[in-house]
Write a protein of this length. Structure first.
Length: 373
């Protein structure tokens, strides 16, 4: 749903009914993750993609049927077709489970409010019942800040509150996921599955050191959806003109800025300063914070000296094991732009707990599956 939030927000504002087809399960190799959606309005306009093209036609026709028949939601399964490469199927070898429902924005105004928050970059989530008792299928709950709103199917009773509580918890992780609820006399005696579309605030990339490599990394980080901050204690170098792709440029001592700014498990800290008087107090602090990634630029000789200095100021080996130094993957990068790709590739692999090896050297599915919780 969030992959087409802009258009869905506009359709909700116009109170335009539409069919929403969403990937709720993936097996094997599939091009797009759970939570990806296609929408079709009453005029036949379609937005989004769930398969990179190979099953879009069948999903479009099913969406039109669900929209115009005004019946209940439907599930469809698409798998690999051995007999006919042009038949409906995923030639990449994966399998998709797709949930299609009719959405009437006039009857579910909270959806428009949640989508508006997501479009503006503020945290919001929409929970969608995709499996379970027939009477619950397609029911939705929206979480906005500290409040939640359910449609009439769930209401504000125990079931609605249970969905809202789990959705709120999932929103804190910033990840869309399929959750299982129910089997509880106080909420719902039957199990049901809820797909939570979580639109968290942008993760942060903190780049320390106002150098050319930082400018390229800021551009790459912004492209990947990070809120990018460049920080350096030298005002002559830390200027907005030198870093047009950064969301903010801060003149401050790196460790002092890091000590006073908000971070979380999605934050990437990239130290490019090459100066021990900045690096050591900064890394000592960063390795004690609950951030997702800490990397530092420098040669292997610089790295060895850096480790010695960090041990001298009391950083334990367990904390040092978190440090990615020298920063980045071994791509043979030389230019600032190539180095930025090397660093962001390592951040992506680290956040996904992937090996960083060439796909030709690993086995199993290419695309990781978003697991149910």
């Amino acid at each position: 749903m969030l992959n087409i939030a802009d258009t869905l927000h506009r359709w909700c504002r116009e109170e335009r009914p539409f069919a929403l087809a969403t990937v709720v399960g993936v097996t094997g190799s599939a091009p797009l993750p759970v939570g990806t959606s296609v929408a079709v309005d009453e005029d036949g306009n379609a937005i989004g993609s769930i398969s990179g093209g190979c099953v879009e036609g069948a999903v479009y026709e099913l969406s039109r049927q669900v929209l115009h028949d005004r019946g209940g939601p439907q599930r469809a399964w698409f798998g690999y077709s051995d007999d006919d490469a042009f038949a409906v199927g995923l030639t990449c070898g994966g399998e998709l489970d797709v949930f299609v429902q009719r959405v009437d924005p006039a009857a579910q105004p909270h959806l428009g409010a949640a989508l508006a928050e997501a479009v503006e970059g503020r945290p919001a989530a929409v929970a969608q019942v995709v499996d379970g008792p027939e009477g619950l299928l397609g029911a939705t709950v929206s979480v906005l800040g500290d409040s939640w709103i359910a449609d009439s199917t769930l209401g504000d009773g125990p079931t609605g509150r249970a969905v809202a509580d789990r959705t709120t918890a999932q929103l804190r992780t910033g990840r869309t996921a399929l959750l299982t609820l129910g089997s509880d006399a106080d909420t719902c005696p039957e199990k049901f599955s809820v797909l939570v579309h979580a639109a968290a605030t942008r993760p942060r990339m903190l780049i320390f050191g106002a150098i050319d490599f930082a400018a390229a990394l800021a551009q790459a980080g912004r492209f990947l959806g990070y809120h990018v901050t460049v920080c350096d204690a030298r005002p002559v170098f830390a200027t907005e003109a030198r870093f047009p792709h950064a969301d903010e440029v801060v003149v401050d001592w790196p460790h002092r800025y890091l000590e006073g700014t908000a971070v979380d498990a999605r934050t990437a800290v990239c130290v490019l300063t090459h100066d021990a008087k900045f690096d050591i107090p900064l890394l000592r602090l960063a390795l004690n914070l609950p951030v997702g990634y800490v990397g530092a630029m420098g040669s292997r000789r610089t790295h060895d000296e850096r480790l010695r200095r960090l041990r001298e100021v009391g950083v334990a080996d367990g904390q040092l094991a978190r440090l990615r130094s020298p920063i980045g993957l071994d791509l043979g990068a030389c230019t600032p732009e190539e180095t930025a790709i090397s660093i962001t590739a390592e951040i992506i692999g680290d956040s996904n707990q992937s090996s960083g090896l060439p796909l030709t050297r690993v086995t199993g599915p290419i695309h990781r599956v978003s697991g149910a919780a």
